[in-house]
Design a protein around this ligand. Structure first.
Ligand SMILES: Cc1cc2nc3c(=O)[nH]c(=O)nc-3n(C[C@H](O)[C@H](O)[C@H](O)COP(=O)(O)OP(=O)(O)OC[C@H]3O[C@@H](n4cnc5c(N)ncnc54)[C@H](O)[C@@H]3O)c2cc1C
Length: 471
């Protein structure tokens, strides 16, 4: 489907400059360099041109030109993706939404916001929070990723265990299709069953079906109170058992994160500070949070959370008595991504399994890695059964590392699929995982997905070579 894609010609550059103004079209290598990467390992592929439209009409103009010249076009948000989604692997045009960063409407009566795709997630969240409203999806990258990228990846985060993921907050979209036509889906509607649900098809489609130019997002009232706890456990199984027991006890925490000892120790090393002994020596710890609107409810839930952890065998429960202490505990979790990076080359698997099978998943992955002499730093959103397993290259040569990855990918996926799990819980398939899709999805399922792609993008210009496997 992508065989006829063309290189960017001088004519196309001229047409892009005429459509957007020369200031909003980059062609020199120095300024193009950052648009060849995202946060996925150390991958880089040069785009031929990067463009910065300021309106839906300008996005339309760029897409029409890409369609006319049969050139690849890759939408880009904050560039924080972890599956290579925004990397222009076939060259062509990178379309950054960074100039389209406005909140167009904050409709407090309907609890809805209408936003452009380039608004930074944290900026949007802080703006609505100042009005007592809440947009919960909170990827740990929220200070640098944007809503368009979150929609395209269906981003999750720690709070999703209670509040749901990005797709649960999307009521409607405006999308520029591969032809350059614009469609609107949904609206400020909490109920709408008219036709197929295209809104939800675009969410998580990683820029392969259309370019999102506006989103209508659901908001909820902001719970003003919360309590944070950390509970270290002598075994991984006990930590996982505590997670199941918390939900069985009727408490839905607003965060429930699992931190393995190896990941905690790497974070200590990265931050250059020692955590309390109970935490740094525990096989696994849970970072828990409860929130709500009434002091009594939040106190009671926090107390009950601690009791459940102790009943299952936690060595201690550390309750953050002040917001500063809570921030410190969260700081440990939020530094883990950087701590992994500081260890050198790594490959992240973002698998999800039924919640109670997390220890089986980690053991199965260890069984794959051990014979290859590899180790992993693991942590994740335990309440969702979503684990970030970071396999480290350590001292392997580049060739041995590449060979090891050839084996670990399929082996990890097979082990996870056997447990009823999935290749990606929230980071997407993008470029680096597409070769693994056939291990999880049946040929009939894949054929249907190829048909969807072909009907939205018959010439394969939108983010080519992403999500679907070759062939
Ligand atoms: C330190 C760190 C922590 C992270 N933590 C989390 C986490 O907790 N949870 C989580 O889910 N993810 C997390 N991520 C991954 C990443 O931040 C998310 O996938 C995020 O949603 C990507 O948003 P972005 O704006 O950076 O998108 P980009 O990386 O720019 O793009 C991602 C994909 O979206 C497409 N895209 C971008 N904009 C549009 C648009 N307007 N229309 C159509 N397609 C578009 C791109 O083509 C690409 O395929 C983390 C990343 C880092 C580096």
């Amino acid at each position: 489907m992508t065989a006829t894609l063309q290189a960017v010609s001088p004519d196309l550059i001229q047409a892009l400059q005429a459509a957007l103004g020369a200031d909003h079209v980059f062609t020199d290598r120095e300024r193009l360099e950052p648009f060849g990467r995202d946060e996925t390992e150390d991958l880089h592929v040069w785009p031929e041109v990067a463009v910065f439209p300021g309106s839906t009409a300008e996005v339309q103009a760029v897409v029409r030109l890409a369609a006319k010249h049969q050139v690849p076009i890759v939408a880009r948000g904050g560039g924080t993706g972890l599956s290579g989604g925004a990397i222009p692997v076939r060259g062509g045009i990178v379309l950054s939404t960074r100039r389209m960063n406005e909140i167009l409407e904050l409709d407090e009566a309907n609890l809805v916001a209408v936003v452009q795709p380039g608004i930074v997630t944290q900026t949007f969240q802080e703006t609505v929070e100042a009005k007592g409203l809440f947009y919960p999806p909170d990827p740990a990258s929220r200070g640098s990723c944007v809503i368009g990228g979150n929609l395209a990846e269906c981003a999750g985060g720690p709070r999703c265990v209670k509040y749901g993921v990005t797709r649960d907050y999307v009521l409607g979209l405006e999308v520029v299709l591969a032809s350059g036509e614009v469609i609107r889906t949904g609206g400020k509607l909490y109920k709408d069953v008219t036709g197929y649900n295209l809104t939800q098809l675009f969410v998580g489609s990683e820029g392969t079906l259309g370019i999102i130019t506006e989103a209508t997002l659901r908001l909820i009232p902001l719970p003003p109170l919360n309590k944070t706890l950390m509970a270290p456990f002598p075994t991984l199984d006990q930590a996982a058992q505590a997670v199941s027991r918390i939900f069985q006890a009727g408490i839905t925490p607003s965060a429930c994160e699992l931190l393995s000892q190896a990941a905690l120790n790497a974070t200590e090393e990265h931050l250059g500070k020692k955590f309390p002994r109970e935490i740094s020596e525990a096989a696994a710890s849970l970072l828990l949070e409860v929130d709500g609107f009434h002091d009594d409810d939040v106190e009671r839930d926090a107390l009950r959370l601690g009791e459940v952890c102790l009943e299952v065998g936690a060595e201690d429960v550390l309750l953050a008595g002040t917001p500063e202490r809570a921030r410190e505990l969260w700081g440990i979790r939020r530094s883990m991504g950087e701590a992994v990076k500081s260890q050198g080359d790594y490959r992240e698997y973002d698998v999800a399994v039924p919640r109670a099978l997390m220890p089986d998943a980690l053991r199965a992955i260890d069984a794959v890695l051990e014979p290859l002499g590899l180790r992993a730093l693991s942590y994740g959103h335990a309440g969702d059964g979503n684990l970030h397993v970071n396999v480290l290259r350590d001292a392997l040569s580049a060739e041995a590392w590449a060979a090891a990855l050839e084996q670990t990918g399929p082996a990890v996926v097979n082990a996870i699929v056997k447990l009823g799990g999935t290749i990606s819980g929230e980071h997407g398939i993008g470029w680096i995982q597409r070769g693994l899709l056939g291990l999880q999805l049946s040929p009939a399922n894949l054929a249907l997905q190829r048909g969807i792609k072909a009907s939205f993008d018959p010439h394969g210009i939108l983010n080519p070579d992403k999500v679907l496997p070759p062939g």
